[in-house]
Design a protein around this ligand. Structure first.
Ligand code: 6PG
Length: 471
């Protein structure tokens, strides 16, 4: 008897996704070069599952039903190409290979073309939700060939997270749209994590809150309108005791952030196709800056004159930090979603942005009750270029903007770095300003480089021979 699905890569993510598929009644064969991982797979399987592991690619391929449906869960980059080089000669016309890792979308486009020339389907599919999500229900972002997608759709719908009985998976568009959407998901993830870390810093250094107090604040936030995965895990982090010594673990973690690249790709992409996503950019660069630990220590001694003036009304301050975090988070989604809208045009992806926010409501790292509001906004207007233009969203923004300004002001005057909060506010102010001062930039460009400018009162392109006052 042949297996319904094949999984290549039996690391933590691959194994858990495989179990999830098997739990839903599909038989799955797993392949890995590592003997240990094969044993782990088989010993961890429960009796309801039809699961088998192998270290032989030939055996693996020969055991799959036709057309073969093979999911790759291997690290992005060279490992994916290596697997494809080994496996494609063993496949037959119409087989489908689905890359479920965080692959760069341009790599996916290249692989789609390469496999198409061999009459094989290749799909890029974003999967979010970490280890637990993979096992119990992730958010799944498939894109590519529509016919191939239809063959795997029932399986994806059964393994994905559910919100209101609806599966958190949908077709994300043509070509590498699935990877693109996942990349932008991660860019937004970076921005929200940055903003939460700033709120933490403001409450901790600005208002002297202890970890126990921080736990309570985040619990309250998570129980209310900020209910989301990232606020929820942050709440729990403040209660985690250090296994190695007294105190809370968070206080003993070195302040240098790692990054695997998806945030950086999001920023690079936005620059490439001309979309302004400054809160995501700043989140990427803040992680870079965090790595200059030794320099920061030196500089903090050189410029140690910072004086902290604590807020007078702590409860009001906590509320304002919460509102600022809420609004800055909303603005980060606005930037990421605007990037998806533009990318969809630019690359002809045909990304259904309404479905994107719909399937991000559950399973993924950036899931949040906020997504419900975006879903309504896109339901009312599927062509919304930016969610800040939605009437209902504007009501929320107006309620919170004062707090964002106050908190940004507090951070600035007390020397608490809040790059994400400041940038979200700056983006909002620029985006909502009818006349920006870039008329002056245009004048300067034309002055020194004859770059020309347009006028507000008539059509056409103009150049002036600007006069130096000293002449
Ligand atoms: C997810 C996450 C995940 C990502 C990690 C690590 O949606 O489950 O986005 O895919 O790999 O968050 O990202 P960094 O190492 O770049 O922080």
């Amino acid at each position: 008897e042949r297996y319904n699905y094949g999984m290549i890569g039996l690391g933590v993510m691959g194994r858990n996704l495989l179990y999830n598929i098997a739990d839903n009644g599909f038989s799955v064969a797993g392949f890995d070069l590592d003997e240990e991982k094969i044993k782990e797979l088989e010993s961890g399987a429960t009796s309801n599952m039809t699961v088998k592991g192998t270290g032989s690619l030939e055996e693996f391929v020969s055991q799959l039903e036709i057309p073969r449906k093979i999911i790759l869960m291997v690290p992005a980059g060279k490992p994916v190409d290596a697997v494809l080089d080994n496996i494609t000669p063993l496949l037959s016309k119409g087989d489908i290979v689905i890359d479920a890792g965080n692959s760069y979308f341009k790599d996916t486009d290249r692989r789609i073309a390469d496999l198409a020339s061999k009459n094989l389907h290749f799909m890029g599919m974003g999967v979010s939700g970490g280890e637990k999500g993979a096992r119990k229900g992730p958010s799944i972002m498939p894109g590519g060939d529509l016919e191939a997608f239809k063959l795997i759709k029932p399986m994806l719908e059964s393994i994905a997270a559910k919100v209101d009985n609806e599966a958190c998976t949908a077709y994300m568009g043509k070509d590498s749209a699935g990877n693109y959407v996942k990349m932008v998901h991660n860019g937004i993830e970076y921005a929200i994590m940055q903003l939460i870390s700033e709120a933490y810093d403001l409450l901790k250094r600005g208002a002297n809150l202890s970890n126990d107090q921080l736990y309570k604040v985040f619990k309250e936030w998570n129980d209310g309108e900020m209910n989301s995965f990232l606020i929820e895990i942050t709440r729990d982090i403040f209660q985690q005791k250090d296994p190695l010594k007294d105190g809370y673990l968070v206080d003993h973690i070195l302040d240098k952030a790692g990054a695997k690249g998806t945030g950086k790709w999001t920023s690079e992409q936005a620059m490439e196709i001309g979309v302004s996503i400054p809160t995501i950019d700043i989140a990427v660069t803040s992680r870079i800056l965090s790595a200059y630990k030794e320099e920061r220590v030196q500089a903090s001694q050189l410029y140690s004159e910072k004086e902290m003036i604590n807020p007078e009304n702590i409860d009001l301050f906590i509320k304002e930090v919460g509102d600022a975090l809420y609004l800055a988070t909303l603005i980060s989604y606005a930037q990421g979603l605007a990037l998806l809208v533009k990318a969809s045009e630019e690359y002809n992806f045909e990304i259904p942005v309404r479905d994107v926010v719909k399937i991000w409501r559950g399973g993924c790292i950036i899931r949040s009750v906020l997504l419900e509001k975006f879903y309504s906004a896109y339901t009312n207007n599927p062509n919304l270029p930016n969610i800040l233009l939605d009437k209902d969203i504007s009501i929320i923004v107006k309620e919170k903007i004062k707090s964002l300004r106050n908190v940004a002001g507090f951070a600035a005057s007390n020397g608490i770095s809040s790059l994400g909060i400041q940038t979200a506010l700056g983006y909002f102010d620029a985006y909502t300003t009818e006349s920006l001062p870039v008329n002056l930039i245009q004048a300067q460009r034309d002055y020194f480089g004859a770059h020309t400018y347009q006028r507000i009162d008539r059509e056409g392109v103009f150049h002036t021979s600007w006069q130096s006052v000293n002449n």
